[in-house]
Design a protein around this ligand. Structure first.
Ligand SMILES: NC(=O)c1ccc[n+]([C@@H]2O[C@H](COP(=O)([O-])OP(=O)(O)OC[C@H]3O[C@@H](n4cnc5c(N)ncnc54)[C@H](OP(=O)(O)O)[C@@H]3O)[C@@H](O)[C@H]2O)c1
Length: 251
């Protein structure tokens, strides 16, 4: 069978899968939400922008005759992942999520778990600290209730609006980062506390390792729930699944 894949992207995993798919001569499209100004160039055609909810995605799957969906979005993109589960069920298109395991606490880590962004905001209701806030520019407004802190913000693109807290420093960088660089960064800005999503994977882990080595506390935002679905943890696992579902992958 000749496949026509839809790869829901915006992550390192999605790019890695798209590269592997292109190498095998598979056809498909990589989809971005349009959150970053210059998404990484993909080896397959790309489309940018929301589908228009579940109904919009069902219509897209049918119009484009998509044979398989690979949801390689970020673990915090729960809305998109939930929509993919519902739309694929309605359109009868097989779905595989390509995910990464969450980070787990190791010796020396000082994590406080919170369930979501609101929980992190609540945990920051304390006297002024120097905070490395690694949550992405879309979520900055939520931190307005705690303007007493200094915030070190590392973002892929500069924020469109000034953050709603006066004392901050913005670094624009896409990563990946190293533990040594992040340690030096935290020392330079005299960071007391790190706020991070439990993204998993290696690209964003440097700040967690750096916090551990400096003995700094981390407010760790746990992952949002997504509906049950088939999950793979590597590109090879997704390829095996495609092969078993009858897709011609060559030799
Ligand atoms: N959340 C994070 O921390 C994070 C971190 C790194 C990268 N990303 C990437 O950034 C993108 C947006 O993440 P999010 O957390 O804002 O998503 P989200 O809250 O789950 O999704 C909100 C809406 O954005 C659209 N959307 C999201 N991902 C899309 C994609 N890959 N292609 C087309 N439309 C998409 C969908 O709109 P419609 O309902 O109109 O279809 C979706 O309902 C994703 O591609 C994700 O992989 C997110």
């Amino acid at each position: 069978m000749r496949a026509n894949l839809l790869i829901l992207g915006g992550t390192t995993e999605a790019t890695a899968f798209a590269n592997a798919a292109a190498e095998k001569g598979l056809t498909g499209t990589v989809s971005f939400a349009g959150r970053v100004e210059r998404p990484k160039r993909q080896p397959l055609p790309q489309r940018i922008g929301g589908f228009g909810g579940i109904a919009g995605l069902v219509a897209y799957l049918k119009a484009e005759k998509i044979s398989h969906v690979i949801d390689a979005t970020h673990p915090f993109a729960a809305q998109m992942s939930g929509n993919a589960v519902a739309a694929c069920a309605q359109a009868d298109v097989p779905l595989m999520a390509l995910t990464r395991a969450p980070w787990t606490e190791r010796d020396g880590d000082r994590w406080t778990h919170v369930p979501d962004i609101a929980g992190a905001v609540e945990a920051l209701k304390q006297p002024a600290q120097r905070v490395m806030l690694a949550v992405g520019r879309m979520q900055l407004a939520a931190f307005a209730p705690n303007p007493q802190h200094f915030y070190l913000l590392r973002l892929v693109d500069p924020p469109k609006d000034l953050p709603p807290f006066p004392d901050h420093h913005v670094l624009v960088s896409r990563g990946p980062f190293t533990e040594g660089d992040d340690r030096a960064l935290m020392e330079e800005h005299r960071i007391d506390l790190v706020v991070s999503k439990n993204a998993g994977g290696t690209g964003a882990y440097a700040k967690i390792a750096a916090a551990r080595s400096l003995g700094l506390p981390v407010i760790m935002i746990d992952r949002p729930a997504v509906p049950e679905r088939r999950e793979a943890h590597s590109v090879d696992e997704v390829m095996d699944w495609l092969r078993h579902s009858g897709v011609d992958l060559g030799v």
